[in-house]
Ligand binder design. Structure first.
Ligand code: C5P
Length: 235
């Protein structure tokens, strides 16, 4: 019988520092990384490019079964994970707010989520997996060894995202961003399948008053407690 592969599930809304934490933890441990949001973003992008109505669950699910999304790590730990769809690099394109919003619309369909379940679970490979998303601890990996739910006030999250976009030279009004993110949160929380919510056994961390380094330190402490042997090799 093959040994069980450990999973760390990190869930929560955008702008909480989830992505940064997951990339850092997976690289420190030398574990695989699943950015499940990138899967939904890639699907939202292709559906939009092909002019599919995003509210048509059957068509979007059919599209999902026919495209191949893959991830590859850069040579250096600080390099971003590259995302390709059917071989085309969409790493930067899927990070736009429009893609985030399209992702949340396609992600609301039960058939789409069911189709992506097997794909996401296939990321669970030795020596371990850090999974970033909205339903990692509740639905995709309910037996995860460590479940973390990062949260922060909507105002703080919008300000963080605003700053990130500004650094990339993208000019969006803070108010518009706040409204878009709030609408996305509402949709993610209200959908009938896999709504965004902390798993009952998740550690909930409010990052509103913590900078990125502090959030990482807090999460790394939890990882060390849960996986003392693996973390010891990297401290
Ligand atoms: O995390 P990120 O902002 O990249 O996710 C984009 C959107 O994809 C989310 O707003 C959410 O609607 C959807 N998503 C999801 N389930 C996940 C990850 C992302 O529904 N596990």
């Amino acid at each position: 019988m093959s040994a069980r592969v450990p999973v760390i599930a990190v869930d929560g809304p955008g702008g909480t520092g989830k992505g940064t934490v997951c990339a850092a933890i997976s690289s420190r441990l030398g574990w695989h990384l699943l950015d499940s949001g990138a899967l939904y973003r890639a699907l939202g992008l292709v559906a939009t490019q092909r002019g599919l109505p995003l509210d048509d669950g059957a068509s979007v699910a059919h599209l999902a079964s026919g495209i191949r999304v893959s991830f590859s790590r850069g040579e250096r730990a600080a390099d971003p994970v590259r995302t390709t769809v059917n071989g085309a690099d969409v790493t930067e394109e899927i990070r736009s707010e429009e893609c985030g919003s399209a992702a949340s619309r396609v992600a609301a369909h039960p058939a789409v989520r069911a189709g992506l379940l097997v794909e996401q679970r296939a990321f669970r490979r030795k020596p371990g997996l850090v999974a970033d998303g909205r339903d990692m601890g509740t639905v995709v990996f309910p037996d995860a060894d460590l479940k973390i739910y990062l949260t922060a006030t909507a105002e703080v999250r919008a300000e963080r995202r605003h700053k990130q976009l500004k650094q990339k030279g993208i000019d969006v009004s803070l108010r518009r961003l706040f409204e878009d993110m709030s609408e996305r949160d509402r949709r993610d929380q209200a959908r009938s399948v896999s709504p965004m919510q902390p798993a009952q056994d998740a550690m909930v961390i409010d990052t509103s008053r913590q900078d990125a380094a502090k959030v990482l330190e807090t999460v790394w402490d939890l990882v060390c407690r849960c996986f003392p042997r693996q973390a010891d090799q990297h401290n």
